[in-house]
Design a binder for this molecule. Structure first.
Ligand code: DSN
Length: 489
């Protein structure tokens, strides 16, 4: 008997799958060393099995990915790139990293890939600096008649440094769905560059390419960035590239959210950034369905700069995570992955339509990707209220600002929902319609709590108990039909 038997009693020990046996053995061992950690991991599994995961940036990776991530590869230092390391004994890491790079080249049809970033934010830092080094530092060294950075005098180096931090970036505003790392004042990206932002159209909520082109002409940025974490539509990368080219900017795309939709051939033609972008960043744990981490893809022109991500902006790579990325990339080459990616978008569309049919207002009136944003203001609620109410109903999502949000980024007036994780569980149109009904029921049954001075609290709320109980019950029924990691029981 293991301590886990108190949690998992469904399958007799003798009938368990090899995955379950491996899981139980590993956690049993962990429990003997760090019971609190083992308990929290098991509790996380229990929680994830009890809630509908609708956070648009999350997913469930396979047990194979998880196994690749939790092992002795973490003990290895591997600064450098395959075949060119600063430590001895990197042969196995070389093999893994090379395979991961080759798989990305095959999946995205890119000239070069870099798989070391630890997160999307790290990938963006690597990409920003690679662009700046290429555009500014390299040219300045040449102008000074020197060959490398080390040959510069302290005064010359200071001159280069001043130039580097005075470049301009033009990106989507946080207010319109952009990301913190795209020049938000509280992020390092706004301190290393002068950041300018474009907004969506206040009426339609859509990108206005003419206005972006006008801004680009005025600002003349070094980097034009396209990408989002809360924009429910596709981006026309052909137009964005044209804008970048017209002002001589490097065209960068952050496809953290939709990398899996590009890999799965949902976003094609002008909606696929690869033929247009100079440099692309992504995370591996969202629609790509891999481990938590980042990647950079680029043309050969940027290769030598991107490959110096460590020591440019990163510490030592995480070989265990690169191994897990490699497994996920292998999974993404399978035809099933393309089916999955198409279903993610179809599920989001069906969910959107079912919500709108019941009078729910969505930012941009729908979706073309894996996410949708409900404007909750007609319900006299904040995003924070709805996030809390849905969580009580066992639906996990994140509150999100709507464009030009009067409630600011903390309370917000919206919630963002995504379909990537539920689609991994196997859910389809029937379930999306049922979930839309549950969400509408909660929206209608939630009221903001009154404060002492008679106004409404922006965070506290209450949900009618009978509705809450009914929805909780429906969520449970649904999750029983679509279990998470059925191999572990
Ligand atoms: N935090 C991620 C998201 O939720 O979109 C982006 O980094």
């Amino acid at each position: 008997m293991t301590y886990l038997n108190s949690y998992f009693t469904k399958t007799p020990e003798k009938e368990r799958s090899s995955a379950a046996i491996a899981f139980f053995a590993a956690l049993d061992h962990l429990y003997s060393t760090a019971p609190s950690v083992a308990t929290a991991i098991v509790q996380e599994l229990q929680d994830q099995r009890a809630f509908l995961k609708m956070i648009a940036s999350e997913n469930y990776c396979s047990l194979a990915v998880q196994l690749a991530m939790g092992n002795l590869l973490t003990d290895k230092y591997a600064e450098g790139i395959p075949g060119h390391r600063f430590y001895a004994g990197c042969e196995n890491v070389d093999a893994i990293e090379t395979e991961a790079i080759e798989l990305l080249k095959e999946i995205f049809h890119v000239e070069h890939a870099y798989v070391q970033p630890h997160s999307g934010a790290d990938a963006n830092l690597v990409a920003f600096w690679a662009c700046l080094v290429k555009r500014v530092q390299t040219k300045e060294i040449e102008r000074l008649g020197k060959k490398t950075l080390d040959e510069l005098t302290p005064a010359e180096y200071e001159g280069v440094r001043q130039l580097l931090v005075n470049q301009k970036i033009l990106a989507m505003s946080l207010n319109s769905g952009g990301h913190l790392t795209h020049g938000y004042r509280h992020n390092i990206s706004s301190k290393m560059m002068q950041a300018f932002h474009y907004d969506v159209d206040p009426i339609t909520g859509l990108l206005d390419y003419k206005s972006i082109a006008k801004q680009a002409q005025e600002i003349r940025p070094a980097i034009l960035l396209a990408g989002y974490s809360a924009y429910p539509r596709r981006i026309n990368f052909a137009i964005m590239k044209e804008i970048a080219a017209s002002v001589g900017a490097t065209f960068m795309v952050d496809m953290a959210h939709f990398a899996g939709l590009v890999a799965g051939h949902v976003f094609q033609g002008e909606y696929n950034p690869v033929p247009y972008a100079d440099i692309i960043t992504a995370t591996t744990h969202k629609t790509m369905r891999g481990p938590r981490g980042g990647i950079v893809l680029c043309t050969n022109e940027y290769k030598e700069f991107v490959d110096k991500g460590c020591p440019l902006a990163l510490g030592g790579p995480l070989p265990h995570v690169m191994a897990a990325k490699c497994v996920a990339f292998r999974e993404a080459t399978h035809p099933d992955f393309a089916k999955y990616a198409h279903q993610v978008v179809e599920n989001a569309r069906i969910l959107s339509e079912a919500l709108m049919q019941q009078g729910v207002k969505l930012v941009t009136n729908g979706t073309e990707n894996h996410l949708l944003i409900i404007d909750v203001t007609p319900f006299h609620l904040t995003g924070r209220h709805v996030e809390t109410a849905l969580r009580q109903a066992h639906i996990t999502c994140s509150r999100n600002a709507i464009p030009f949000d009067k409630n600011g980024p903390w309370y917000t007036s919206g919630v963002r929902l995504g379909t990537a994780a539920l689609t991994t569980l196997g859910m389809g149109p029937t379930q999306m319609k049922a979930i839309a009904d549950m969400i509408v029921a909660i929206l209608k049954a939630t009221t903001a709590a009154p404060t002492a001075n008679g106004s409404s609290s922006k965070s506290l709320c209450s949900v009618a108990p009978d509705v809450l109980e009914t929805v909780q019950h429906k969520v449970q029924e649904l999750l029983v039909q679509f279990p998470l990691y059925p191999e572990i029981a």
